[in-house]
Every structure is written in structure tokens, then in C-alpha cells.
Design a protein around this ligand. Structure first.
Ligand code: HAM
Length: 414
């Protein structure tokens, strides 16, 4: 049936089959986070606009073009969160988490909002899951973070995943490199796209990300920051690579890797899946050693990542399949319907998924419905008070002891 109302452009409804596929991802992530000690945190869906302007950076596409920003009734500027790291750092500062044992390891999951041009894998409301380790500058934390996402993607069976690794150096050491890069860009101004040209001084690194051929040719000859790393930055990068190797995590160094947020320092990484087409990044992140101080907190190094749930689903090429039920309680005659509902309740209390017909179907109709729902077994209540247990896979049926119905069904055999 066509309605004149539809989900807004770039958004979508999550129907039950997709909700099941998502639940599998969310459960796998929650288990991985719990085993590694990354505790869940949730922040509001909107924040003061300034948090993202300061945190994500005024020169980024996200802040310049993609935020859902509006005034609330008190005249304050509010923004639907485009990402989760700045809000989590805000919460870390606001709740004095620097007084806890460091690092504070957090995980999260929820909706995020960016006003982007919608296409496969790119939405205006999408869902991220992510992890942040705040309060450590150890390369071990970088690699632990990467391990979590590598484990999740492997456990889900995500095909064709590649890890790309880069480093941006620390804020101080990056300055000299940025001057060198700006000089290179200015020398080739005429060959750059307008967008890149306008941002040479504001955000020169973004030129590495441009999709027009002119800029790409200029960038192929540009100096890279990975070549310019020195001192502790170079040591940190070497240590991260050695730890990844020791952990058996394959990766390629991508000297031109950049990310769309300004807060990164040192390690950055990106998990891509070639099968995904233009939006090939499943997840990514990196170190952001200056962000908490930038937001008014004490100097606090940190590292983390986020992955897009819709991108993982695309890579898996999967919806949730049939729902699956342990047992469907079928009645041979209407007089048994009340008993069927009571029994379904008892089976549920015993930990099984159990359903009854709520639509007045015939015996045959109920069995067909049970089949459609993917029920493994049907408990058939006969008119004479006896009961049969039917294996829906084989069609084999056997009488069950009505005095011990719950035990017999919960016992698992058919
Ligand atoms: P990000 O790279 O902007 O990083 O987003 C992380 C992931 O979110 C992407 O790899 C992608 O899978 C997904 N994503 C982003 N935009 C969209 C969209 N419009 N539609 C669908 N999926 C999307 C961050 O957000 C950082 N906060 C990650 C981080 C955490 N860095 C350190 N800690």
C-alpha cells in the first residue's frame, strides 16, 4: 500500500529481518567489548553545536556541510551528533573520569547523523559501534583497539577485509610537514579542484582524499607525512607495526591515508572491503592525543575507532533470514486455545521461544504458519486432551506425556 508519507531521504526503517541481522552484529560486538573490558557508555543524540565545531574541526566536510544543526526553543544551537568521539570526550571531562584508573576503556553503539548525499552504504541516519581507550599513549592501546575491530569482522565472517595503516605524527611535528605540503599544493594550484584549492591553508591533508584526477596527479608527487615522521612519532609508528605483526594482524601502510576528522594524531587506520564500491570503509579510527585538552580537559592521550553497522551488513550481504522458533503450540480444536496460550507462557518461562496462533487458523493453517516462522517443532494439542510433538524438519510425530509436557518439550528431543 502506498502512503504519502515515507521515511525521510537518506534514512530507512529497520524491519524485523534486518533487526535480526543487526542483533547478531551487536551481540558479537558486545561480547568482544566485554571480554576486553570496554564498558558501554551512551551519550545523547544531540549536543551543543560548538562541541563538534571545536572537536571535529571547522575545516572538515562534516562541520562545513554535513551537520543537522538547529536552534532549540531557548535559542541555543544544537546538532544531531555526526560522530561519537567528541561527545565521549565531553562526557569523560564532565564526569571527571581522569580520576579513575587509566585508561578508561569505553564502547558504544547508536544512531549518528550526517547530511550527506545518500547512496549505497551512505545514509543521513546511520549506526556506528565503536570503542575508545582514553588516558594512555601506549602503542599497545592502538593495537588493542585495532584487534577488537579485526576480531569482530573475522568473527562475523566479513569477506575481503583489508587493514590500512598510517600515521599523522604529533601536532607539533606535523606543523613542519604541513608547511611543506602547503608549498607543494600552492606550486600546483592550477591543477587542483576548486574545493581543494580553497582549503590549501585550512586543511591541506584533505587533498589526499580528493576524487578528481587533477588533484590526484598532484598528490601522487606530494611529500607524505609517513616519510617525514621522526623521533618519538617514528618510534610509536614502528612499535605499532611490530605489535600488529606479533599479533598476526595483516596490514598495509598507506602513506596517503587521511581521515575526515581533524582530531587525529599519530596512528590512523581504516578497515576497507573492496566489495563495497565507493563507500568501501567499514570502520576506522586512530589516536587523538590532543582532543580532550582541546575540549577543556587535562592533557589526555586516547585512541579508538568506529564501524558502520550498515557497511558491515552490506559487506556480509545478509539480512536476518527466517526468525526461527523453538516450538509452535498448535490446537486441533478451538476449545484448546486457552490451554495453548498458558503452555506457551510456561515454555517461555523455561527459556524456549514459543508461539501460538493468534489468527484463528485451522489445524492445517497453524502447521503451515509454524513452518513459515521456522519453528523447529510443533506441540499439537489434540481434542481428547492428548498431545503430540512434531519435528517440523522431518514431519515425524510422537505422543508426549501430558503430565510432563514442559519437561518433554524443554528436554530438546523431538
Ligand atoms: P568516521 O570514519 O567518520 O569516524 O566514521 C566511522 C564509520 O562510520 C565509517 O567507517 C563508516 O563505516 C561509518 N559511516 C560514516 N558515515 C556514514 C554514513 N553517512 N552512512 C553510513 N555509514 C557511515 C568516526 O566517526 C570517528 N568518531 C571514529 C573514531 C572513534 N575515531 C576515534 N575514535
Amino acid at each position: 500500500m502506498a502512503s504519502k508519507y515515507q521515511a525521510p531521504r537518506g534514512t530507512f526503517d529497520i524491519l524485523p529481518a534486518q533487526a535480526r541481522a543487526r542483533a547478531r552484529i551487536e551481540r558479537a560486538a558486545a561480547a568482544i567489548f566485554a571480554r576486553a573490558g570496554y564498558e558501554p557508555i551512551a551519550t545523547p543524540a544531540f549536543e551543543d553545536t560548538e562541541l563538534f565545531e571545536r572537536g571535529v574541526g571547522r575545516s572538515t566536510d562534516i562541520v562545513r556541510k554535513e551537520m543537522f544543526t538547529f536552534e532549540d526553543k531557548g535559542g541555543r544551537s544544537i546538532t544531531l551528533r555526526p560522530e561519537g568521539t567528541a561527545p565521549i570526550c565531553r562526557a569523560y571531562i564532565e564526569h571527571g573520569m581522569h580520576k579513575l584508573a587509566q585508561p578508561v576503556k569505553l564502547s558504544y553503539l547508536g544512531p549518528f547523523f550526517r547530511h550527506e548525499r545518500p547512496q549505497a552504504g551512505r545514509h543521513r541516519q546511520f549506526h556506528q559501534l565503536g570503542a575508545e581507550a582514553i588516558g594512555t599513549d601506549s602503542p599497545l592501546a592502538d593495537v588493542e583497539a585495532i584487534m577488537l575491530l579485526a576480531d569482530l569482522l573475522a568473527e562475523l565472517g566479513t569477506p575481503g577485509v583489508e587493514l590500512r595503516l598510517g600515521s599523522l605524527g604529533s601536532l607539533d611535528s606535523r606543523r613542519a610537514y604541513l608547511e611543506e605540503l602547503k608549498a607543494h599544493l600552492h606550486a600546483h594550484e592550477g591543477e587542483l579542484s576548486r574545493d581543494v584549492r580553497e582549503r590549501i591553508d585550512l586543511n591541506p591533508l584533505r587533498a589526499f582524499d580528493a576524487d578528481d584526477e587533477g588533484t590526484q596527479a598532484v598528490m601522487a608527487a606530494a611529500p607524505t607525512i609517513v616519510e617525514r615522521l621522526d623521533g618519538e612519532d617514528a618510534e610509536h609508528f614502528a612499535e605499532v607495526r611490530a605489535l600488529l605483526e606479533a599479533a598476526g594482524i595483516e596490514h598495509t601502510i598507506d602513506p596517503a591515508l587521511v581521515r575526515g576528522l581533524d582530531y587525529y594524531t599519530r596512528t590512523i587506520f581504516s578497515f576497507v572491503c573492496e566489495g563495497l564500491g565507493a563507500q568501501s570503509e567499514i570502520g576506522g579510527g586512530g589516536r587523538y592525543d590532543g582532543l580532550i585538552e582541546q575540549l577543556g580537559g587535562p592533557p589526555t592521550p586516547a585512541v579508538g575507532w568506529a564501524a558502520g553497522i550498515e557497511r558491515i551488513l552490506l559487506a556480509l550481504g545478509e539480512d536476518g533470514g527466517a526468525p526461527g522458533r523453538d516450538v509452535f503450540v498448535v490446537v486441533a480444536e478451538d476449545g484448546q486455545r486457552q490451554r495453548a496460550l498458558t503452555l506457551a507462557g510456561e515454555l517461555r518461562h523455561a527459556g524456549l521461544s514459543a508461539e501460538v496462533d493468534l489468527a484463528g487458523r485451522s489445524l492445517k493453517g497453524q502447521l503451515k504458519h509454524a513452518d513459515r516462522l521456522g519453528a523447529r517443532r510443533a506441540l499439537i494439542l489434540e481434542a481428547d486432551g492428548s498431545a503430540q510433538l512434531r519435528d517440523m524438519g522431518t514431519g515425524r510425530q510422537r505422543p508426549v506425556d501430558t503430565a510432563r509436557l514442559i519437561d518433554e518439550v524443554a528436554g530438546g528431543g523431538s
